[in-house]
Design a protein around this ligand. Structure first.
Ligand code: GLC
Length: 434
């Protein structure tokens, strides 16, 4: 009894001391972010730089505006990086390896976090995640995993990508099930409704080629690196897959310059109404139905990628947000990361940019479902759950380079699929054992 008489004033005093310490702490920092994330007006203004690849949709602009409206003290300056993820990667490596402070927040391809964490380019996010009570279980597990390295979280999932097959509903009756069906329909239907091509894909020598190749390889039952981290790419399955890939790329239903095609070339030709089928990421549904840009609005549907002997396979892609380890504004940077990877930011990306959320519950949001036919489509959810990741390793850039070189040589006719499989096996084993 006696004790409790003194306990209350003591607790109050301790509480007051904490408040005072917390106040003096935050006033000594030049960061603006307060605990609940809304600027209080008398805090110093800060500008953070947000780097990301080319966005052909209005999503980035809308995201920045919504964030700045909520955080009057934090200005976000966008820095546009190349559309080609490999080129962006190299520019980030140049900047971060010289400890540049210029970029605060950046979008990272799902294949980068392991490498960037190991190279010490990024800030660990666990303390922020804990401080703000973010529940990582709200996200698709694979997307959280992609941002983990050494038991720590280095990147927050922003949106997820999986390869899908788009087709013209005004031309195609029954979408193709297998690669052979696709080849047959692309041949037969090319020319209808003013189309010039049967199929568009990404066959240039860059990262997107790897995602297309992984889809062929996995659909024939092949793998690049297995779950025990062993290189297993030299297999009859890979050889068969590369033969089919070469057949498609060498056909006369793809553009003559298909070996220069990345996503942007695919998107442009597709929305101009030039092709019957196209392989691309979810955002293409949005561009397809954008009446200002697209000639085929309302005439597009999606289905799963064509099957090989082992079924249909989509490559897992997607983008995460990371903070530069040398950012001078880590608190403000985190506020922005939290916003764009959180439910509000992801909804803006979905609605304005057709980007597939990594927060599972958003797929049940009626507004999201209504605005984009993809998000209510059960086939699409299935694709997201089963998409095939690329090898997860800090030396991924080397693995990718090896594949890019060897597979391109098959597509240009400079070597046969078996030679490519053998070379990839030998070179990857050497790189992994270094
Ligand atoms: C998409 C994917 C990314 C992939 C890239 C290849 O942006 O999200 O993961 O590496 O395409 O071009």
């Amino acid at each position: 009894m006696k004790l409790s008489k003194y306990l209350l004033p003591i607790l109050l005093l301790i509480g007051l001391a904490f408040v005072l310490i917390a106040c003096s702490d935050s006033s000594s920092e030049d960061e603006t972010a307060d605990q609940n994330g809304s600027g209080s007006g008398d805090e110093e203004e800060v500008t953070i730089v947000y780097a990301r690849g080319v966005d052909t949709t209005p999503a980035t602009e809308a995201l920045i505006k919504a964030f700045e409206d909520k955080h009057p003290n934090i200005n976000v300056k966008e820095q546009e990086m190349p559309a080609d993820t490999g080129q962006s990667h190299d520019q980030y490596v140049t900047a971060f390896s010289s400890q540049s402070t210029e970029i605060d927040v950046f979008n990272a391809d799902v294949i980068w976090p392991a490498e960037f964490a190991q190279a010490n380019y990024a800030l660990e996010l666990d303390r922020f995640i804990e401080k703000d009570g973010i529940n990582m279980e709200d996200y698709f597990p694979g997307t959280v995993q992609a941002g983990k390295f050494d038991g720590k979280q280095w990147a927050m999932p922003q949106y997820t990508d999986a390869g899908i097959l788009y087709y013209r509903t005004d031309i195609v009756d029954e979408p193709p099930k297998t690669w052979d069906d696709l080849i047959e329909q692309a041949n037969n239907l090319k020319g209808e409704e003013g189309t010039e091509f049967g199929y568009l894909m990404q066959a240039a020598q860059y990262e997107g080629l790897i995602t297309n190749a992984i889809e062929f390889i996995a659909s024939y039952g092949g793998e690049v690196v297995n779950e025990n981290n062993e290189v297993v790419v030299d297999s009859p399955e890979t050889v068969k897959a590369l033969e089919k890939m070469k057949e498609v790329v060498g056909s006369d239903f793809v553009p003559q310059n298909i070996l220069n095609f990345q996503e942007i070339e695919t998107e442009n030709a597709w929305i101009e109404g030039k092709s019957v089928f196209a392989r691309n990421w979810p955002y293409l549904m949005s561009s397809s139905n954008d009446e200002e840009r697209s000639a085929i609005s309302g005439n597009v549907e999606m289905t799963t990628m064509p099957e090989g002997d082992a079924g249909s396979a989509s490559a897992l892609g997607g983008w995460m947000t990371m903070i530069n380890r040398y950012s001078e504004h880590p608190e403000a940077a985190w506020e922005f990361v939290k916003f764009i990877s959180g439910p509000e930011g992801q909804k803006i990306s979905a609605v304005e940019g057709g980007r597939a959320p990594t927060i599972e519950a958003l797929y049940d949001d009626p507004e999201i479902q209504q605005l984009n036919s993809l998000f209510g489509n059960p086939d699409f959810r299935e694709v997201l759950q089963t998409a095939v990741p690329r090898p997860v390793t800090p030396i991924y850039p080397e693995i990718s380079d090896i594949m890019q070189i060897e597979i391109s040589k098959v597509l240009t006719g400079d070597q046969n699929p078996q030679q490519a499989a053998t070379n990839m096996q030998t070179k990857m084993e050497a790189a992994m054992n270094e």
